[in-house]
Ligand binder design. Structure first.
Ligand code: J5X
Ligand code: AKG
Ligand code: FE2
Length: 345
């Protein structure tokens, strides 16, 4: 019998300290403690007029537009993506219901130090000197075990909504992957992706109202360890992407739209032609409770990823050595800064 590693198992090999998992009790806090104060940055509230592209998936030019957006922005928003607004609203409302539970209930689903799923701070917390104004809930595969811990009875609605969302996100992620590959004139046969099923994860993010939103950080700058990420951010702004030469740019919410981010695996595959986008979440000035839902779509864990030779111009060398997804997740868990530099040739 062959045993296949899962994404959750890879993260299990990188345990983190409980103090980097347990969020603040945001309900009872009246001021920002020093542990959560970040240096003031003038670009917290970006006022750039630049607009990240919004692509209609039914547009006959969608392939070209997606390629251009990946190249120049590393992100775009999609409309007409086939996911009903109803389901988006349901998943947001289930996320809100979860994060509104009393702290001691949420602690029943706390992520274990050597675990990948459950309630807790973002995995990247240990890499920053200050804590984030954030609580998250990570789901890989089935939501049932954690849901039962939170709601011993009456968890059917949560599980039903999450499972429907996971299924539909997978279909959309595959559609977007085909679109992006087509923009590069790459066929699936050029790839070695048949070595297992895609590695996926669903992350519910919560940014509670903050007494001093300019001094705290929602989610610190990072790139996603995925091929692509599909994010639903509801109607409250907070997501910013970093654009070389322009700085931090707000990704303004568009009703029913989904944000697509280029992740590190697509970056490696395209030899940085489609660079993974640095992004962060800043806090809401009006004191609203922001919630977002991210679906990480990755390649099979045993899949080897390297720059596609077909994409290289004459004289262009591959910048990265081949890595398996497992190896890359390992590297990123150890060297959060510059993980891509550590695999440079
Ligand atoms: C499949 C993934 C992707 C993870 C790790 C694991 C589960 C949770 C994801 C996030 C979600 C929040 C931001 C991030 C940076 C974090 O801290 O946890 C993400 C990270 C990554 O993209 O690396
Ligand atoms: O909440 C957001 O807008 C960003 C979330 C994010 O970047 C993530 O979950 O990886
Ligand atoms: Fe992210």
């Amino acid at each position: 019998m062959t045993t296949t590693t899962t994404l959750a198992q890879v993260y299990r090999e990188h345990p983190i300290h409980l103090r980097d998992i347990i969020p603040l009790d945001f309900n009872s806090i009246r001021s920002v403690p020093d542990s959560h104060v970040w240096p003031i940055s003038d670009d917290f509230s970006s006022d750039h007029q630049l607009m990240v592209p919004i692509i209609d998936l039914k547009d006959p030019n969608a392939v070209k537009l997606a390629g251009h957006a990946c190249k120049t922005w590393g992100a775009f928003q999609v409309i007409n993506h086939g996911i009903h607004l109803n389901l988006l609203e349901e998943v947001e409302s289930e996320a809100r219901r979860l994060f509104s539970l009393p702290t001691q209930t949420k602690m029943k689903a706390l992520r274990e130090p050597a675990g990948a799923t459950g309630y807790g701070l973002a995995r990247i917390s240990p890499f920053f000197p200050k804590y984030m104004w954030h609580e998250g809930f990570t789901i890989m595969d089935s939501p049932t075990d954690h849901a039962r811990a939170l709601w011993p009875t009456g968890n059917a609605r949560f599980c039903d909504v999450i499972e429907r969302y996971q299924k539909q996100m997978k279909v959309l992620a595959e559609k977007l992957t085909d679109l992006i590959l087509e923009s590069l004139a790459i066929f699936r046969e050029d790839l070695n992706w048949d070595v297992g099923s895609p590695s996926t994860a669903l992350q519910l993010n919560s940014y509670p109202p903050c007494p001093n939103p300019n001094r705290a950080m929602g989610l610190a700058p990072h790139t996603d360890t995925s091929f692509l990420t599909i994010l639903y951010q509801g109607s409250i702004s907070g997501l910013q992407i970093f654009k070389q030469g322009a700085g931090w740019i707000s990704m303004l919410p568009v009703t029913g739209a989904l944000v697509v981010n280029v992740g590190d695996l697509l970056h490696i595959l395209t030899n940085a032609r489609f660079p993974s986008v640095l992004h962060r979440a800043v806090l809401n000035q009006e004191g609203s409770h922001r919630v977002s839902v991210a679906y990480f779509y990755g390649l099979p864990i045993e899949c080897s990823v390297s720059p596609l030779l077909k994409l290289l111009d004459s004289g262009e060398n591959p910048r990265y050595r081949p890595v398996t997804v497992k190896e890359y997740v390992d590297i990123k868990s150890k060297y959060f800064e510059e993980p891509l530099t550590s695999i440079r040739i």
